[in-house]
Structures are given as C-alpha cells and as structure tokens.
Design a protein around this ligand. Structure first.
Ligand SMILES: Cc1cc2nc3c(=O)[nH]c(=O)nc-3n(C[C@H](O)[C@H](O)[C@H](O)COP(=O)(O)O)c2cc1C
Ligand code: SF4
Length: 517
C-alpha cells in the first residue's frame, strides 16, 4: 500500500518549515519501510495550522497541523495505526473555518498539484476556456459583464466593461497584462493562487485574450515572490506542452501565449500605468489618463490589465455562468471576495466569502480576535492606503460601497488587525512616511505633501501648537486627496484621517465617544 501525503510548497508554509517536514516524513517513511507518494500542493490558507500535512483516506483527506519536523516519526506511525494524533484536525473539508467559506476562486488551491495540468483538468480545470471557445469573443465578454465581476486589485472597476472597451478597439496587436505586484500590506491571495493553482490564472488570461483579440500576455510578479514566479513559469511551460497556450489554444483558431516578468520592488509599480512603464523597461512612473490603458496601454497598444484574482475568477464564471456568480454578494459587489486576515490575529489566512459578511464577523468570529489575546483596537482594511476602522464600525459589510460610505476601502481584501497597544499617531505618521518613500515623484501634492505631512504629525505628537497643526494636517490631506495624480497620494489621507478621527486621544486630544464602544 502506498500512502498518499499532501504537503504545501506554498511560501507561507515553507517559511514555517514545510520543507523540513517533507524531508523528515520522507526519511521516517524509509525507516518505517512505508511507500509514500508525496504531492506538493499550495496552501489551503489556514496559516495557523501550517505546515499542514494531509493524508488521503477512503473518507477523504485528513489534516494534521501545525506539524514540526520532529513530529514526523510519531505522526507517520499514528497515520499507519488508527490516525489518532494530537495534531489531527479531522477531515480537511470539515474543518469549520474552511467549511463556512464559499470557495469559488480558491476551490482548487491547496487541493491540486500546481505543476500538473492533468490534475487541473481532473478538478474541473479548462471548462471555462472550452465554454469561451464555444461562445466566441463577444458573448464571452458579455458573460463577464453579466457576472458583475469587479476588479479585485483595489479600484473595483467592472472587469467586463474594461474587456468590452478593448474588444471594441480596431484589430491590431493587443495585450493582456496581469497585475501580480501585490504590494498591499496583509495581502497574499495573488501569491497563493500563483503558487497553488496557477493554471486558473493562465486559463483566465487565455479567455481574456480570446475575448478581446489579444495574442500575448504578461504576468508582472513582484520580485519578493520567487516561488510564485517559479511555479508560474513551470505552469506556463506545462500549458504550452498541453496545448492550452500557443498558436492554437485548445485546438481552436485562436492564438495566445504569455510570459512572466519580475518587478524591481516599488509599491507604485502596482499602479497600472506605472506597471506598464516598468514592463516596457522604463522606471515606473504614473501616466496621466486619458489615454486609458484599454486604448493605449503596453507599447501604446490596447491592453486589458487586471489583477490575479480578477482573471482567476473568470474560469468559474465562464463554466457556471454569469448569473451563477452574480447570485453571490450584495448591492453592486457581486460574487465572492478572497479576504486575507493578517496582523495580530488568532486565525489568520485566506477566507473566501460572498460580499456582505461584516467586518466584525471576520475579525471576531472567523479570525478569533487577536493572537496576543488583548482587545482589538483597530483594523486597517485595504492595504497601506486603507482606513483604520475602530470597533464601532465593525458592522460595516464587506462591500465596495459600504466601505466607501465610511471613508474606507476594501482594496485587495487585506485586513490587518491591531490590539490595544497600537499607537495610532505613529500609524498615521507611518502612512505619510510610506507615501514619501514610495511616491513616484510625478506630482507635487504627493511628492512634497507627504514629507510635509510627516513633519506636521511630528509637531502634533510633540504637542507643539496642536490645534493649529491638526488643522494644517487636515488641510494637507485635503490637498493630497484632491490634487494627486494617482491613488498613492490620493488615498494616503484615509489612514491618516481615520486615525485622527477615531483615535484622537493618541494625538493628545480628548477621546471620541463612539456608539458601539
Ligand atoms: C499605488 C497603487 C498601487 C497599486 N497596487 C496594485 C497591486 O499591487 N495589484 C493590483 O492588482 N492592483 C494594484 N493597484 C490598482 C491598479 O492600478 C489597477 O487598478 C488594477 O491593476 C486593475 O485591475 P483590476 O481591475 O482587476 O483590479 C494599485 C494602484 C495604486 C494607485
Ligand atoms: S500621487 Fe504620488 S505616486 Fe501618484 S503620480 Fe503623484 S507623485 Fe506619483
């Protein structure tokens, strides 16, 4: 009998020892004379259980975690006996944290071998592409419009409308660009997809190419993701060998191929026009719009640029239909959002849920509060440009409009939790500092305003002329918000102003009384 084990090779699992666990289990199997077949998967996203080892049983996969290399000998013995072990989590699919999710985009992540096209096909892969080929370009675009999918990179622009704009430009060389720069704090969903289910991204980009008439795609991956880049490269090579990419995509008359490009480490290169400059080999500088990338993008050609999660959501939309996807969610936020729980949180990881789940449910219920065990004081949602929300705003549903109505954003779906030891004046200063460091320098409010912002916050922290300096900070934030060319300068006021508004006591002012506190 051969024992089938699944051990993640996801960077998050590797960081806590997954490689050592894999070697130790291999060595233990040799000593115990057991034949094992080890499949290296992505992560299921239950990061507090990593390295999580799964075992194939007749009832399904059973999970054990967090496993240390020193557990290997005893764990293998337990698995070969009745399976009972202190680290046993039960059937993976029955773990409540996983079971209560709606995994559409992440259905295969942590399940399949990310380098095997056969495994991808065996788990419903390529069905979306087949459907797109049967429907043809125009109907494919309309399916994506119908689904209500909005860009998962941050701005939430309707994906189908963007595709339609590119599709309607005259036939010429067009491009598909995937934004895998994933610079937001507390986010890792793009990385998980690229390391755990890269074919879903390849399939989504191929569908986009067919839909808009583009034959070439690029995935722009941040340099801090070497494992993701390596897995994508391997998957692209396998997709070419398997006929998913090339001159005749899946035996059709459509051609589409793609390449990986690695960034050089600038947050602003996640901004789409700056990313395009970087892809062209230039320094990443934000371009003024118009022209939109849909009209004049990469090398001046019509370009669809979408986030990893946007492309990765397309195959299931094509397979199950626009209406199926649209049925999940609330208001104008349709489908599911892969939410990333990070920072000082007990159960951190990837939680995919339909839009509408509240911030409180996510932080307290799903996340289990802080890892430190102290009270949650603030959460930052949507990356470094997102607002800090106090407990009083925990009834906010995960929805683009609901967050915007409270001067916040959901961005790429990252939630970073802070306990009551956080100093919010320091966090506000950090937001300005981040903007100053990462500014591309093209426009004055951001380039100069961020440095002035640090100085003003320092004056406030030191108690110098507090009232006047607070008014000055508000005025500066107003200038940044309305005078900046892109959202780096434009949104830096969100973390700054929310810290000042909800946590004035950290700036030396009287505390604010909020209803739910
Ligand atoms: C400073 C800045 C950084 C950004 N970083 C990212 C990023 O890392 N990944 C991403 O997908 N979008 C990022 N965006 C948003 C992109 O400009 C763009 O909206 C997105 O790639 C469009 O894809 P989508 O419609 O699928 O979200 C950033 C925007 C700004 C202003
Ligand atoms: S807001 Fe900042 S990052 Fe954006 S264009 Fe202006 S200087 Fe560059």
């Amino acid at each position: 009998m051969t024992l089938r084990l699944f051990i993640p090779a996801d960077a998050g699992a590797l960081a806590v020892g997954a490689e050592d666990v894999a070697s130790a289990l291999g060595a233990a199997a040799a000593r115990q004379k057991v034949a094992v077949d080890v499949v290296r998967t992505g992560s299921r996203g239950l990061y507090w259980l990593e390295p999580m080892v799964e075992v194939q049983t007749s009832a399904g996969r059973v999970a054990y975690g967090p496993v240390a290399a020193s557990d290997a000998e005893g764990l293998l013995r337990a698995i070969l006996a009745d399976g009972a072990h202190a680290l046993r989590q039960g059937l993976t699919e029955e773990i409540p944290w996983l079971k209560r999710q709606t995994r559409l985009t992440f259905a295969r992540c942590g399940v399949v071998d990310p380098r095997s096209l056969e495994d991808y096909r065996a788990h419903d892969g390529c069905k979306g592409l087949e459907r797109a080929l049967a429907l043809g370009p125009a109907a494919t675009v309309e399916k994506v419009v119908e689904s209500g999918l909005r860009g998962r990179g941050g701005a939430g622009f309707p994906t189908g409308i963007k595709w339609r704009t590119v599709a309607q430009t005259p036939p010429q060389q067009k491009y598909i660009v995937c934004n895998a720069d994933e610079g937001d704090s507390g986010t890792f969903a793009d990385r998980m997809i690229m390391e755990g289910d890269p074919f879903v991204l390849i399939e989504g980009m191929a569908v986009a190419g067919i839909a808009v008439g583009a034959t070439k795609g690029y995935v722009y991956i941040r340099s801090e993701y070497p494992h993701a880049a390596a897995t994508m490269e391997a998957a692209i090579a396998a997709a070419r060998r398997g006929g998913l990419l090339g001159n005749r995509v899946a035996n059709s008359s459509f051609a589409f191929d793609m390449e990986v490009r690695v960034g050089a480490g600038a947050y602003v290169c996640g901004e789409e026009t700056s990313l395009l400059d970087s892809l062209e080999g230039k320094r990443g500088l934000v371009r003024a719009k118009p022209p939109l990338p849909a009209h004049k993008g990469l090398f001046g050609r019509p370009t669809v640029i979408n986030n990893v999660l946007s492309f990765a959501s397309v195959p299931i939309i094509m397979d199950k239909g626009g209406a199926f996807y649209r049925d999940f969610g609330m208001g104008k936020s349709r489908g599911t959002m892969p939410i990333q729980l990070a920072g000082n949180i007990k159960y951190g990881g990837l939680f995919e849920a339909a839009f509408g789940i509240t911030l409180g449910e996510l932080v307290d219920d799903v996340g289990g509060g802080t890892r430190s065990g102290r009270p949650v004081r603030a959460v930052q949602v949507g990356g470094p440009l997102g607002a800090y929300f106090p407990r009083a705003l925990f009834d906010t549903p995960f929805d683009y409009e609901a967050f915007a109505a409270r001067d916040g954003l959901i961005g790429h779906g990252g939630i970073v939790v802070f306990d009551d030891t956080v100093d919010m004046a320091k966090q506000a200063r950090f937001a300005m500092e981040f903007c100053a460091i990462e500014s591309c320098g093209k426009c004055t409010p951001c380039r100069v305003g961020s440095t002035r912002g640090i100085e003003v916050i320092d004056h406030i922290i030191r108690g110098e002329n507090r009232a006047a300096n607070t008014a000055l900070l508000e005025d500066l934030c107003h200038t940044l918000k309305f005078g900046s060319l892109c959202a780096l300068g434009g949104f830096t006021p969100y973390p700054v102003m929310s810290a000042l508004t909800y946590f004035p006591e950290d700036f030396g002012a009287p505390p604010r009384l909020l209803a739910a506190e």
